[in-house]
Design a protein around this ligand. Structure first.
Ligand SMILES: Nc1nc2c(c(=O)[nH]1)N[C@H]1C(S)=C(S)[C@@H](COP(=O)(O)OP(=O)(O)OC[C@H]3O[C@@H](n4cnc5c(=O)[nH]c(N)nc54)[C@H](O)[C@@H]3O)O[C@H]1N2
Ligand SMILES: Nc1nc2c(c(=O)[nH]1)N[C@H]1C(S)=C(S)[C@@H](COP(=O)(O)OP(=O)(O)OC[C@H]3O[C@@H](n4cnc5c(=O)[nH]c(N)nc54)[C@H](O)[C@@H]3O)O[C@H]1N2
Ligand code: SF4
Ligand SMILES: [Mo]
Length: 759
């Protein structure tokens, strides 16, 4: 007789997009049996989309890594022990650092849609290598936006959010939240706006998206013309006096310069460049400006296209000039519990530039577009060793061929991942991490205001194979590189005696004393706290110990708001209370409850005023006049390379069986365009750019503009090392085709031609 395996109920969060919705799960035989929304999650409150239910395909599949691997001379991989892997990698890193200095090392990635805990440990390797090159996916989409925030609000770590749920008038510009989410409980939120006759939703998108179908107004502009359209909208605002004079006077500097720069915008000519109705745009501007509560939500549609950084400036001016900031239903700043963004203003010479491109970091990150050149063309000072973690740049960064060539030339490439990715297949060493459901995890995507939250996820499963959590991998590496000792007997002893009741005062005093004596250890604080205080936490929660100092800092900085969220404590112990609650509340916590007026305290400028005038942006604005949008006969189509669909989720699912539809990741095109090639849905075409060529399967779509085609992001993986499944769309993109300031790629503006397959 067989006995039924015990079924365990637990909670966790989805790891597929930045919303990280709470999940309530049933586990049997160390596998997910059932996955649904967690009603107890303070933010998602039971909401999920169709992608989360398939998470067993992430947890278990044929490409999961189970042992450290070392590449052999013939290109095959041999399993090796952790001791050997750590020792050999540490020796090579030290040798490269000692011979070539800090510019020889770069880290790539460090955290995905669901995992940021490991990044706190991985970042220390940069310090151990005396390097400052943190390349990251965020720097191929959001750094233009962060740069603008730096100028407007005084720090690149000032980040904005949008109160879509409470807005009367919402502009969605270049985003498809129905599929991509990015706003709270997206589909429900969209439905509510649609049903309410007093609320208006406007979508700016060249495609008839699922979101556009729900909208009151769809502005189906030509791709790449947002800067024209938004600057015309701002010019209308200024010309018609549709701005909030009182707000501008009270909270901003630089309005007169803005006025002067935008009054030169030829309104009708610019709207016509976008190929949309002039009257409609006038109406939208008037209604937006006059709405009680209005906000703007943007995403890759303006961040992966021409004029990325300028677009970020323009969309922010739309809400700032109309006073839709610092109130309910508007755009706001928010607090950041996990400090993912830092302020690295390029005007400060302290932030070193790269050797070849002389590129500066934005928010601490360098853009993927320049890395192949920094490896191949930077001479003696080139990047020679790369650590890739939680990232698959071979498929997701621009110009796959350039990355293949650059990575092949490295002296050392190490990949830390849960799966044998395309990038891992090029590495000298591959290090297997616990999956996100086998270890403690969290993200720093708590980007809400006025109520902000945090979800610390507990391990659900026994780890597979001989993998380790990142905290352990990086700490062992630092120890082997001898940048930190293996033992801290005094600290460990004090940590054992200290407790929540003592507010860990003795421990932090001893830690401070240790750092005062050993300054060189300061950059490795995360691993030192992990090895000492971490060991005293129940349930093997050592890797979460670094949250305690973050809680103390957050509670000190936002004391009133943390108390308003219901925590009881005083200046000494409120942070400890927060930490304890975070450890206990498996469904996540509310961290802080601010008042809308607190937004002003989050501005980094001392006088708490916004600097509206950004000279670099005025120059880009003026240059729009000369920008050419004409396509050549050789490449007459615009490819939107990277659409979010119902069955793509970055590179997180590798097993193609997770998809219920769209197995091939089809190229969407207008039926009239298809007619000229004599193709129908299901037929194949070649898609050719200046940089590469891939075969695609066509899907006719009335919602596409003529001359515009679209391919999905997140395909092209070689499951079990087989042929690529779906488009490897970064074979078509280029490292040079990017924003002049932030160097973020123009993925949604790739000139291509289509050809029938030769038979
Ligand atoms: N299903 C699914 N959801 C995801 C992801 C996923 O892989 N799959 N990835 C997550 C990640 S990492 C991110 S960054 C977000 C991205 O989320 P989004 O940016 O919302 O998603 P996209 O589909 O890339 O692009 C949004 C829209 O921009 C439009 N667009 C293209 N060119 C232009 C243009 O020139 N102007 C304007 N105004 N619009 C244009 C496209 O037609 C598209 O509908 O999604 C997240 N959510
Ligand atoms: N052409 C084009 N290119 C694009 C885009 C586009 O729209 N068009 N979108 C871009 C965008 S917005 C983004 S965000 C990027 C996303 O692309 P990437 O930054 O490459 O990230 P993911 O696809 O999320 O890949 C995450 C990796 O992390 C691994 N992983 C999962 N869990 C863990 C873990 O616990 N530990 C470790 N160490 N690894 C783990 C997964 O196996 C996977 O290999 O792609 C970008 N590339
Ligand atoms: S993919 Fe995003 S919206 Fe969908 S369940 Fe996961 S976290 Fe929530
Ligand atoms: Mo992204």
């Amino acid at each position: 007789m067989t006995t039924a395996a015990a079924i365990k109920q637990d909670v966790t969060a989805c790891i597929l997009c930045s919303r990280n919705c709470g999940l309530s799960v049933e586990i049997e035989n160390n596998q997910f049996k059932k996955i649904k929304g967690d009603d107890q999650h303070p933010f998602s409150q039971g909401y999920i989309c169709q992608k989360a239910a398939r998470l067993q395909h992430y947890q278990q599949h044929a490409d999961r890594l189970t042992s450290p691997l070392k590449r052999q001379a013939d290109g095959s991989y041999q399993e090796i022990s952790w001791e050997q892997a750590i020792q050999e990698i540490a020796e090579q890193l030290v040798q490269i650092r000692n011979t070539h200095g800090g510019t020889a090392f770069a880290s790539v990635g460090g955290g995905g849609q669901g995992n940021h805990l490991g990044a706190a440990y991985g970042r220390q390797l940069l310090y151990a290598m005396k390097s400052f090159y943190a390349y990251n996916s965020l720097a191929q989409e959001k750094t233009g936006d962060f740069w603008v925030n730096g100028r407007l609000f005084g720090s690149q770590s000032c980040h904005t959010t949008e109160d879509v749920e409470y807005a009367d008038y919402v502009l969605f510009i270049g985003t498809n939240p129905f599929q991509a989410h990015g706003i709270p409980n997206a589909r429900d939120t969209l439905k509510h706006i649609k049903k309410d006759p007093n609320r208006t939703m406007v979508v700016f998108d060249p495609r008839v998206t699922e979101t556009a179908k729900q909208a009151d107004i769809h502005v189906q502009l030509k791709p790449g013309t947002d800067a024209y359209l938004m600057s015309a909208m701002i010019a209308i605002m200024l010309k018609e006096g549709l701005y909030d004079q009182q707000f501008i006077q009270q909270h901003t500097h630089g309005f007169d310069q803005v006025k002067q720069a935008f009054l030169a915008v030829p309104i009708e000519e610019y709207i016509q460049k976008a190929d949309v109705s002039v009257e409609l745009i006038y109406q939208i501007v008037r209604d937006f400006a006059q709405a009680q509560r209005a906000c703007v939500r943007i995403d890759l549609g303006i961040q992966h296209t021409l004029n990325t950084t300028l677009n970020g400036y323009l969309e922010k001016l739309l809400y700032l000039l109309t006073g839709n900031f610092g109130k309910q239903g508007a755009n706001n700043l928010h607090t950041m519990f996990i400090p993912i963004l830092t302020n690295t203003d390029e005007r400060n010479p302290k932030y070193r530039r790269t050797v070849f491109h002389k590129m500066f970091p934005i928010s601490g990150f360098f853009p993927p577009n320049i890395l192949p050149d920094e490896i191949l063309k930077a001479g003696e000072k080139r990047v020679r060793a790369v650590f890739v973690d939680s990232c698959n740049p071979l498929l997701t960064y621009p110009d796959t061929a350039a990355y293949e060539q650059a990575f092949q030339s490295l002296e050392l490439l190490v990949v830390v991942d849960v799966a044998m990715t395309e990038t891992a297949r090029m590495a000298h060493y591959v290090l297997p991490a616990h999956s996100q459901f086998e270890k403690w995890e969290f993200t720093g995507f708590n980007l809400e205001f006025p109520k902000n939250g945090f979800h610390l996820r507990h391990p659900l499963f026994k780890a597979q194979g001989n993998s380790l959590p990142e905290a352990e991998i990086y700490t062992r590496l630092l120890e082997a590189m001898q940048v930190m000792p293996k033992q801290f007997p005094i600290l460990s002893k004090i940590a054992e005696k200290d407790s929540a009741n003592t507010a860990y005062l003795a421990y932090f005093a001893a830690l401070g004393a240790n750092f005062a004596k050993n300054k060189k250890q300061i950059p490795f604080a995360a691993s030192i706290v992990y090895r000492t205080l971490g060991k005293t936490l129940a349930n093997d929660a050592a890797s979460t110990a670094l949250l305690l100092p973050l809680c103390m800092q957050y509670a000190a900085q936002h004391y009133k708001a943390v108390k308003q969220a219901g925590y009881v404590g005083n200046r000494l112990n409120l942070g400890v209370k927060l930490f304890q609650t975070i450890l206990q509340q498996r469904s996540g916590v509310v961290l802080s409850q601010h008042d809308y007026a607190d937004v002003w305290s989050l501005i980094a400028y001392k006088d708490k005023k916004i600097r509206l005038a950004i000279p670099e942006m005025f120059i880009e604005l003026a240059q729009l006049k000369q920008q050419s949008l004409t396509l050549t006969d050789a490449y007459p189509f615009i490819l939107l390379a990277g659409e979010r669909r119902s069955y793509n989720a970055n590179q997180i699912y590798r097993d193609p069986a997770w998809r219920k539809v769209d197995a091939e990741g089809r190229l969407r095109m207008n039926p009239e365009d298809a007619l000229s090639f004599g193709v129908e849905t299901g037929h194949a075409l070649q898609c050719i750019s200046e940089h590469g060529k891939i075969q695609v399967i066509v899907e006719l779509d009335e919602g596409m503009r003529k001359g515009v085609v679209s391919l999905p992001h997140g395909y092209g993986l070689r499951y079990r090392g087989g042929e690529p499944i779906g488009p490897q769309l970064n074979r078509l993109t280029s490292t040079q085709h990017c924003d002049p300031l932030s160097k973020t790629p123009y993925h949604k503006y790739v000139p291509v031609r289509l050809e029938r397959l030769s038979t």
